[in-house]
Write a protein that binds this ligand. Structure first.
Ligand code: 6FW
Length: 135
């Protein structure tokens, strides 16, 4: 996608505000703003399904998501957490195994900025809290 100048500068302002991106340079953030895709979801939509393969990383720019995990077959997925604007998810499937380890569903309207695997690896994946993320 080719982002307009105004969109690019809006993305830059938002990306700068993401706490985990504090150590990323303006050049790197600009490249992230160049490659990201804006995605919109409605209440109850599955953004990520546990067990599916995946190669994208998400940053929430608006709204909230629910993270759940199915530990045993037949059981209801267990609640893990609620994430909101400035939070990110989906990094697990981008390191090694490409399988999603939890479900992520929209709570109301949600907008996410989505980064592909290759760009993630080049621009974001090196951050400490990404590569070593333990829950
Ligand atoms: C969890 N256990 C697992 C979350 C994200 C970032 C921070 C909380 Cl700093 P994926 C499903 C995604 C997974 C993670 C996310 O769900 N997630 C968890 C957990 O306890 N995954 N396995 N909590 S939300 C979260 C704190 O991003 O990546 O690609 O897709 O497996």
């Amino acid at each position: 996608m080719r982002t307009g100048l105004l969109k690019h500068s809006n993305y830059m302002e938002f990306l700068r505000s993401v706490p985990s991106f504090k150590t990323l340079t303006e050049v790197v953030l600009s490249k992230v703003a160049d490659v990201l895709e804006e995605m919109h979801y409605s209440d109850g939509d599955y953004i990520i399904r546990q067990g599916a393969t995946g190669d994208t990383f998400f940053i929430i720019s608006d709204g909230q998501v629910r993270v759940t995990q199915q530990n045993t077959a037949n059981e209801e997925p267990a609640f893990l957490s609620t994430l909101s604007r400035g939070d990110w998810f989906g990094e697990q499937a981008l390191k090694g195994e490409d399988v999603r380890t939890a479900n992520v569903t929209a709570i109301g309207d949600v907008t996410c900025l989505v980064v592909d695997r290759e760009s993630f690896k080049q621009l974001i994946g090196g951050l400490d809290n990404m590569s070593n993320k333990m829950y």
